[in-house]
Design a protein around this ligand. Structure first.
Ligand code: NAX
Length: 321
């Protein structure tokens, strides 16, 4: 049996994610699973309703469901952990406003993971600001290798993949090697230089550098805010779908020559990014080396790196053990 923990279980992303996991979409149709759900005490009662709905689905693979507000119990023996729980960004709110509020959660949860999770646990941080929250959790889980922690930039990757496919008038699956560099924030770098369309460089297929730099690039940076403005809430189903895909990429091999984007701990990274950050790279699932940045990418990557260093400075107190 594999144990899968989800925090923020009473929230909108979890409401989509948990049912996909229970249906076997993470670990396949032959793997029995236990779900271990965590939320804050005020929300735990409402999880009873969620559990009833899970029961009412009669999922054949779902053998056990636990829920509560104790992180150590939620992470006990967990093989896969989705750290979704955090306060979402509302209209007009910048990510940095969230740092102080949400960072503390990841101190407590990093410690609980360290004590209770399976040693081979894979942890995906979704709750924002996810890169820096992930960094905080890494600092408080010294017994779990940092390479088992990941921050989610898969939704940004999926958004970029769709927009490139749409512009080139090809199927989404014909777009590959889409990299998001840096922070999951409005400084993120959606790399159209190394993206491929039908195996060819996207820049040779979409011969419109102006559109790539002036519309596509900022459009991906701002997409989260545009979705909030349109629906009054942050992305939910698309985020759940991305979380599932991000974790699956750690389990199911990615085809040779392709890669996915994920926020990874920067110690020893092959791109000279400052150490002790969580920065999104091309991954397979180890960081893919050797991509050369042109002047445009170089400039934008410097900006997102600077933002991550500033975020780390803001939470310096929370990083201490
Ligand atoms: P909701 O507000 O619907 O749900 C969040 C849930 O987390 C609530 O039930 C809340 O009680 C719970 N929670 C708060 N503190 C907790 C704690 N200490 N332990 C356990 N649970 C706790 O938010 P939702 O829309 O589900 O979004 C969750 C997080 O994902 C937010 O931080 C949001 O900003 C982030 N997102 C990250 C994305 C990414 O690409 N990395 C994209 C989507 C989303 O914006």
């Amino acid at each position: 049996m594999k144990r899968i923990a989800v925090t923020g279980a009473g929230g909108q992303i979890a409401y989509s994610l948990i049912f996909q996991i229970a249906a076997g979409e993470l670990l396949g149709p032959n793997q029995p699973i236990a779900l271990q759900l965590l939320d804050v005490p005020q929300v735990v009662d409402s999880l009873k309703g969620l559990v009833m709905e899970l029961e009412d689905c009669a999922f054949p693979l779902l053998k056990e469901i636990r829920f509560g507000s104790n992180p150590q119990e939620a992470f006990a023996g967990a093989d896969y952990v989705f750290l979704v729980g955090a306060k979402p960004r509302g209209p007009g709110m910048e990510r940095k406003d969230l740092l102080a509020d949400n960072g503390k959660i990841f101190v407590e949860q990093g410690k609980a993971l360290n004590e209770a999770a399976s040693k081979g646990v894979q942890v995906l941080v979704v709750g924002n600001p996810c890169n820096t929250n992930c960094l905080i959790a890494i600092h408080h889980a010294p017994n779990i290798p940092a390479k088992q922690f990941h921050a989610m930039t898969r939704l940004d990757q999926n958004r970029a993949q769709f927009q490139l496919a749409h512009k080139a008038n090809v199927r989404v699956e014909e777009v590959s090697c889409v990299t998001i560099w840096g922070n999951h924030s409005s400084t993120q770098v959606a790399d159209f230089v190394h993206a491929k369309i039908k195996g060819k460089p996207a820049i040779d297929v979409i011969r419109d550098r102006n559109w790539l730099e002036k519309e596509f690039f900022p459009g991906i940076q701002k997409r989260g805010s545009v979705v909030i403005a349109a629906r009054g809430k942050s992305s939910a189903a698309s985020a759940a779908h991305a979380a599932l895909g991000a974790m699956r990429s750690l389990i199911v091999p990615t085809p040779a020559g392709e890669w996915f984007s994920s926020g990874e701990y920067t110690q020893g990274n092959p791109y000279g990014i400052a150490s002790d950050l969580v920065f999104s790279f091309p991954c397979h699932p180890e960081i893919v080396s050797g991509l050369k940045w042109d002047d445009f990418l170089q400039e934008k990557i410097a900006i997102t790196q600077k933002e991550l260093i500033e975020e780390r400075d803001c939470v310096a107190l929370l990083l201490r053990g």
